[in-house]
Design a binder for this molecule. Sequence first.
Ligand SMILES: [Zn+2]
Ligand SMILES: [Zn+2]
Length: 246
Amino acid sequence: MKVYYDLHIHSCLSPCGDDDMTPNNIVNMALLAGLDMIALTDHNSSKNCPAIVKAAKNNGLIVIAGMELCTAEECHVICLFPTLEAAMEFDALVEATLPPVKNQSDIFGTQIIMDEDDRVTGTFSTLLTTASSISIDDVPQLVQKYGGSTFPAHIDRDSYSVVASLGTIPDVGFHAFEISRFGDTDRLVKEHPVIQGWPLLCNSDAHCLSLIQDFGPWIELENNRPADLIAALSGKTPCQWGTYNP
Ligand SMILES: [Zn+2]
Ligand SMILES: [Zn+2]
């Protein structure tokens, strides 16, 4: 089946995310946009995943618990997990690798944790937009240990991408890649043959509600389930995908 997705969305937990990126607002906007599957991927944290997974229950939208990890090399990498439990275990591991820098909400923005009814349950005090001590070389294997799948984020961008930070795309076991909506896919494939043949995903990287993408990009999965997506992005099952072209 064709699954319309947006696998890179930030909530109010990311300091750069709008405060109205609440679990229920994100779910409702994704449903309005006609999406089948989304992932919540805050910077270096999955602490709003329990709320959004619960908020999406019984309304047909599949929400994947995830994170946008910032590696030691300052590369952004999307990590997605088959279950909430796996994501929260990974979250605990990543939290221990962050530098002990306090967030200054007046400068960087608030880091709000919510429950499934969009009630504030706390704020996260350590700044989430720093680099963890996890090397990009170790990310694919590490995420796999938690049953998840991972792909380098916005590889065409000139900041916090593998290409910007390393000058290349390391051949360390990534089996999917994210290219921004207006990225030049043909040029990227020519310059970086390591991405050829793998799913090239297009996500919104939304930090505000209006940027959650309309249905367009799709991936062919056997079923609309987290496990099927993880398998497709892990190179375990062949899959088809498409972006804005029918
Ligand atoms: Zn990013
Ligand atoms: Zn992002």
